[in-house]
Design a protein around this ligand. Structure first.
Ligand SMILES: [Zn+2]
Length: 289
């Protein structure tokens, strides 16, 4: 392990003596994962596109309203294609004081792309967002939470502030010198709610059960001093009963005085300032040739 030797003995220390941190993020995918998946086989089918477009049309506004009420500033990761198609939604997100970050152009899986193509998704994604909200430093969350060492190098070269796609710790760390604000599947709404017509799997999970699970993870992370980083998708969590359950859970969490609520950018900035050279991982660990 190339990480810092004292890694297992340490508790991550948060600002103001807080016990742990919490952040709310939105992966604002809309139609893009479908368009990327079907890029070589265009079809006249519209059902999944409509299902996903619910997010940018309605779901996002419900989530933004809930966040305003709870006084939570979110980190919203937006594919460039979504910014081009729904500029008014991006404006509403920015107007709410939320952080905006990159999420590819068409939700491309970086693993399937050449280095040049990955670079294009970063540049195009950034340009699309900046056309609406102006130039600014941004963080990155990779589509489908897949990442490659080449992508990390490109992010650094383009001045990207941090990545938020990996799960190697449950507090911030460094990956090849780039701050990592870690996600985890347990705290992603998609694994519980993603359901399409003709799908043979189980029905979507009861929202109350999902928020119970999240609440348990919140308590566990708090005990160990980690980061509770929740990720929702507006086409999934923007639905009625899910918004209600989410609001109920978050309003309880907001009452906890031991939690530092912050955006991913603020967490990355804190890590960069206070943890230079600590909790560092090199991707060479995973390269075998
Ligand atoms: Zn996504």
């Amino acid at each position: 392990m190339s990480a810092n030797g004292s890694i297992h003995e340490r508790t991550y220390r948060w600002p103001d003596g807080k016990r742990s941190a919490a952040a709310f993020s939105i992966d604002f995918d809309g139609e893009t994962p479908y368009l990327w998946r079907t890029r070589h086989a265009p079809s006249s089918a519209i059902a999944e596109l409509e299902q996903r477009a619910f997010g940018p049309r309605q779901g996002i506004y419900r989530i933004l309203e809930m966040l305003a009420h709870l006084e939570i500033r979110a980190s919203v990761f937006i594919p460039g294609w979504i910014a081009d198609k729904y500029p008014e939604a991006v404006e509403a997100i920015a107007a709410g004081g939320h952080e905006i970050g990159l999420h590819g152009y068409l939700h491309e899986n970086v693993q399937a792309l050449s280095t040049e193509e990955i670079e294009e998704t970063i540049v195009q994604g950034k340009e699309a967002i900046e056309r609406i909200i102006g130039p600014r430093p941004m963080g990155y969350r990779s589509p489908s939470w897949e990442l490659t060492p080449q992508t990390i190098e490109l992010l650094k070269r383009h001045g990207i502030l941090y990545d938020s796609s990996l799960m190697g710790f449950d507090h911030p760390y460094w990956i090849d010198g780039l701050p990592e604000v870690p996600v985890q599947w347990l705290l992603d709404d998609a694994i519980y709610f993603r359901f399409f017509g003709g799908y043979a799997g189980p029905p979507p999970t009861n929202p109350q059960m999902v928020t119970d699970l999240w609440r348990q993870e919140f308590e566990g992370i708090k005990r160990f001093g980690g980061l509770f980083l929740l990720t929702v998708h507006s086409w999934l969590s923007g639905r009625g009963s899910r918004i209600l359950a989410l609001e109920k859970m978050l309003s309880k969490m907001r009452e906890d005085p031991e939690i530092w609520w912050a955006t991913c950018a603020e967490i990355a900035a804190y890590h960069s300032q206070h943890y230079v050279g600590q909790f560092h991982v090199s991707t060479k660990e995973w390269q075998h040739d």
